[in-house]
Design a protein around this ligand. Structure first.
Ligand code: GLU
Length: 289
């Protein structure tokens, strides 16, 4: 097996996704500033190496819930629950960005915000505009911070989870690497919390149906929305659009520079660019099966 990890050092346009469970304290659900600060320092350092970086950050709903002292989302109907979630994200996204802006400016970096829905990709004009905005921001050396526009994204137009969103962003901007930071080490042949025989998979050369089936039915942690299934959907989007993807444990945020130094951290899904991959079509059909 040739060491593809060595080639990770040369990646130039990198999307990093961090989930809510990696950014909040388990006990309180409140933002973990130390981890957030470490993340910002790592990303700033990647920028300083001359690479382009995009951050896809969750945590808006969690931050909003906390700001408004809501322990659980309590509602009498589904419509009300949706409105509460959207209100939480409106408050939380602004708070999250306020913190990111402050931390990035301490490291002399400029951050910008992009909020997306399914329509951003499916609609031709929206997609064209989003692509131009990302390109211009990267040209300016800005670090775009992306989330789903949860304040307006109801079921019909939601992507639904940030694993998928981050892969869509990677495909849209032609990134060469996507890193998903999560509370798991990577891909296992079965759920390691339930099956002690489950084996760690260090590299997926080709994303066959056998792999895609491994994620079915997994729910992951209760804080974010992504389990292994969404990570495998992300792997499909990323690898077919020509980006390598790595799932790694965010226990130590320093894993980012280890990955970029070519170390064997997490699971690597090897890119296989597919000319027939149609991003808008794929996104249109998300959640339809
Ligand atoms: N967009 C959601 C938020 O910022 C999180 C989605 C996810 O964790 O996948 O709270």
């Amino acid at each position: 097996m040739s060491d593809l990890r060595e080639l990770i050092r040369d990646k130039k346009r990198i999307v990093v996704k961090i989930g809510s469970s990696s950014l909040t304290h388990k006990e309180t659900g409140d933002i973990d500033y130390i981890r957030m600060e470490k993340l910002v320092r790592e990303l700033s350092d990647i920028r300083n190496q001359g690479k382009e970086v995009i951050l896809v950050s969750s945590g808006a709903i969690a931050a909003g819930k906390n700001a408004m002292h809501l322990k659980e989302i309590q509602a009498e109907s589904q419509a009300e629950a949706m409105a509460v979630k959207q209100a939480c994200s409106a408050v939380g996204q602004a708070r999250l960005m306020m913190t990111y802006q402050r931390l990035f400016s301490e490291y002399n970096q400029i951050a910008g915000q992009i909020l997306m829905t399914k329509n951003t990709i499916v609609d031709n004009l929206n997609r064209y505009n989003a692509h131009n905005t990302f390109s211009q921001l990267l040209k300016f050396g800005v670090i775009p911070i992306v989330n789903e526009n949860d304040t307006i994204a109801t079921y019909e137009i939601e992507i639904g989870d940030n694993d998928t969103l981050s892969a869509i962003v990677a495909a849209l901007v032609g990134a060469d690497l996507l890193i998903l930071l999560s509370d798991i080490d990577g891909l296992y042949t079965d759920d390691p919390r339930k099956n002690p025989e489950a084996e760690f998979v260090e590299q997926v050369d080709e994303l066959t149906d056998e792999y895609l089936d491994m994620g079915k039915g997994s729910t992951g942690s209760s804080v974010g929305t992504g389990g292994m299934n969404t990570k495998l959907i992300a792997a499909e989007i990323a690898t077919r659009s020509g980006a390598d993807m790595i799932i790694a444990n965010s226990r130590d945020i320093g894993v980012l520079h280890m990955i970029l130094a070519g170390e064997h951290e997490g699971t690597l899904f090897v890119a296989h660019e597919d000319e027939n991959f149609d991003l808008p079509d794929f996104v249109q059909n998300l959640h339809n099966d």
